[in-house]
Design a protein around this ligand. Structure first.
Ligand SMILES: [Fe+2]
Length: 413
């Protein structure tokens, strides 16, 4: 423990964390025109306006209404409008109609953010009571307990939630922009840096044994990273570099999308029903392959790690290579032996609770647990994951057909 005012310095940290995360969201909006905030072309993709309002809603519903006596909501209708999936908070806008909410205006949503920010700063500036009372756990920041319901836990969860939506804001926007025949530029200079180890076919051998999986230590984690537990792994090898666009192109050229033997049954249906023959955002012009990026349409970089592929595609590619995807446990146990962070890496693990996992009692109990069905786990982080938001125990999850996130492939055998 520090010698002087450790408690004060922790409180300053959470206030700084709050200010920096909230400011970062608004920074991401700077290149946008007002029209960019509204569209929702498909159900999975939310409008920018909804993303920036919903992250604010989280603080109003989960924090301010619980911890500020006689809190006056900015607008009582927003509790309904910007609820995502919390049944215990009440009714909400149907997910596929988020783009239809043209009012409140974008300007009013920014006023909502400002109102909630001011109230949050007031709340976080209050001195904690000496003992007992709602703010007694103030001294806990950070770390916060995943799934906990005291003030520190909920604010920390809210900030991590907003960071998740920062990534979604960008990937949702990219998807919407990609449908525009003019291929809009988000930012001319916005080409996330991809430092990539090109050492192909380099595998790390991992010995069979008992490994500990799940979060441990100080700092924040989501409830789905708990509890830490043991797994037994057989001998395996995991590849150091991610699969590149060039390798993926070889799979396409070898007829990968037309060979039913490589695909799961659901994947084969998905390929045929949706006429899939390349990763999302690849497009052919005059015999050349281009890729839609935040900086507009660019020639496909063959050396970059492949992105925007579904679990079905990742699994079929691995099958074609006569290899497989790692399980999430194999990934975590070897994660200090390769570089990660450029792509969310599909694993061959279904999204299931760890032993000892418990949903918390309040509304935040709906955060992760109820989604542990019909989804696959992705490990790592992506080039647009906010700084400080990744760790080797982080469990991302999506339905196997989805590919608007920066999803990629790492091989195992
Ligand atoms: Fe959310």
């Amino acid at each position: 423990m520090q010698a002087s005012h450790p408690q004060r310095s922790r409180e300053t940290d959470i206030k700084e964390f709050f200010a920096s995360v909230r400011a970062h969201t608004e920074k991401l909006c700077e290149p946008l025109e007002i029209e960019d905030y509204i569209p929702q072309p498909v159900i999975d993709v939310s409008p920018v306006k909804w993303n920036i309002a919903h992250t604010t809603w989280f603080f109003e519903e989960m924090v301010l209404k619980q911890f500020v006596p006689d809190y006056q909501a900015f607008d009582p209708d927003f509790a309904f409008l910007f609820n995502s999936y919390y049944n215990s908070v009440g009714e909400r806008t149907p997910r596929d109609q988020r783009g239809a909410i043209t009012r409140p205006t974008v300007e009013r949503v920014f006023e909502y953010r400002k109102y909630v920010d001011d109230k949050m700063v007031e709340l976080l500036s209050e001195p904690p009571p000496s003992e007992g009372g709602q703010h007694a756990e103030h001294t806990n920041w950070p770390p916060a307990y995943a799934g906990g319901s005291d003030l520190a836990d909920l604010v920390t969860l809210g900030l991590n939630h907003e960071q998740q939506h920062q990534e979604l804001l960008l990937t949702d926007l990219k998807y919407t922009f990609s449908l525009n025949p003019l291929f809009p530029v988000y930012r001319e200079d916005y080409a996330p840096v991809e430092v990539f180890d090109k050492e192909t076919e380099s595998f790390v051998d991992v010995e069979a044994g008992v490994y500990e999986i799940g979060f441990e230590g100080d700092g924040f984690c989501f409830d789905n990273e708990l509890s830490r537990h043991r797994v037994f792994l057989e001998d395996y090898a995991i590849r150091k570099p991610l699969v590149t666009n060039l390798e993926y192109l070889d799979f396409i050229d070898d007829g990968g999308y037309h060979n039913s033997k490589l695909w799961h049954s659901d994947g084969w249906d998905w390929v045929n029903t949706n006429k899939i023959d390349k990763p999302l955002y690849w497009t052919e012009r005059d015999g050349e392959l281009f890729n839609y990026t935040f900086a507009g349409l660019r020639k496909l970089s063959l050396e970059a790690p492949v992105a925007h592929v579904s679990f079905y595609e990742a699994a079929a590619f691995a099958e074609w290579k006569e290899m497989r995807l790692p399980t999430e446990f194999e990934w975590e146990a070897a994660s200090d032996k390769f570089d990660w962070g450029l792509r969310w890496e599909w694993t061959n693990s279904a999204y299931l609770p760890y032993p000892g996992f418990r949903k918390s009692a309040g509304a935040v109990g709906e955060y992760n647990g109820k989604f542990m069905i019909n989804q696959m786990v992705l490990r790592g982080a992506s080039v647009i994951t906010p700084p400080g938001h990744s760790r080797n125990t982080y469990r991302n999850f999506f339905n196997p057909h989805l590919r608007w996130q920066y999803t990629g492939i790492r091989l195992a055998k």
